[in-house]
Design a protein around this ligand. Sequence first.
Ligand SMILES: Cc1ncc(COP(=O)(O)O)c(C=O)c1O
Length: 397
Amino acid sequence: MNPDIQLLQPYPFERLATLLDGVPAAAEKPISLSIGEPRHAAPAAALEAMVDTMRDMEIYPTTTGSFALREAIANWLGQRYQLKNAVSPDTQVIPVNGTREALFAVAQCLLDRKSNKTRVLMPNPFYQIYEGATYMAGLQPEFYNAAMTSDDGPDFSLISEDSWAAAQMIYVCNPGNPTGNTLGPSEWQYLLSLSNKHGFIIVSDECYSEIYRESAGAPIGLLQAAAEYGNDSFSNCLVFHSLSKRSNLPGIRSGLVAGDAALIKIFKNYRTYHGCSMAPPVQKASIVAWSDEQHVQQNRALYDEKYDAVLDILSPLLTMTKPNAGFYLWPQLPVDDETFTREMHAQQNVAVVPGSYLAKEINGINPGYKRTRLALVAELEQCVEAAQRITSYLESV
Ligand SMILES: Cc1ncc(COP(=O)(O)O)c(C=O)c1O
């Protein structure tokens, strides 16, 4: 067995199942705010495109996908990020089967386990794939503090010069999960200048980029920031996007990686061996989804409505900010987060995730301790009902 397998930590949902094992749930109808699985309807036209092209299953898809798909992706990136230089569908884009597999695979492909640069920087709290990918690539994760409120991005100036110099790659989660914070222009420029100086790769996980509050505006992405910095060829920059949250299509496993043509070329070669091309009907559905913004606006409006309703109920009792983007709330709790999770299950039948399961303890501090992550993915009425049940519990402690 590959010994690095033993370094993989139990996934937060495995730990959650262990925490609740043998704890009977309250009799109320269950409501889940735990898994970040969108529940709004997917665009019908995308689903129809998939059904209409089922016979395309009779052919082998290529690693790079169809030109039409790469073109739809390049057009979307160009429009969304107001890029003056068009993204090349031939050299700067590759379709992937959701961002998760790609965020993992990119580390296996681009990191050099024999280099004296041994680190991969990643946020804390964090999406656990970054850590597992780093271990499996034979490097060491080093955590930096993600901002805990929606007002700021992470404070990159707290990362030491030695750490930047030892880094081959940095994972940035923008918008952040679970905090929903977004990087501003100065944070991007700072990061780009350090990448320029030290030569590390910036991997920007932007899978929540389209679930932003209309009042906060669309978050700046890495490609846009790189172009503004003068890095028009996106050297050492890769962005990861997905249809899972944007278009409520987590089941079709469709996303994209775009940026530095030299890195994309290596990644394409790796993926040819890895054998992970996208099914042709999924490619057709993806073209439809990337080419339409109306359903994305409607999706955002539904989340905005839920944030307003839930914050009205919970704000008097819990300290939290309305995040710029994403579909989570990340409140501070008056009790420890495992107790809160267990009691919400036992007394109210509401599933939540302990904040500490989504973060790492560094120097004795786990930034998720006494926090919970609430995914506002259920219907409005269910989110409101869950918020009322949280209130009932909090008033009893
Ligand atoms: C921060 C983050 N990145 C990536 C993903 C993976 O999304 P997908 O593989 O569906 O594109 C998720 C899923 O929840 C996530 O929260």
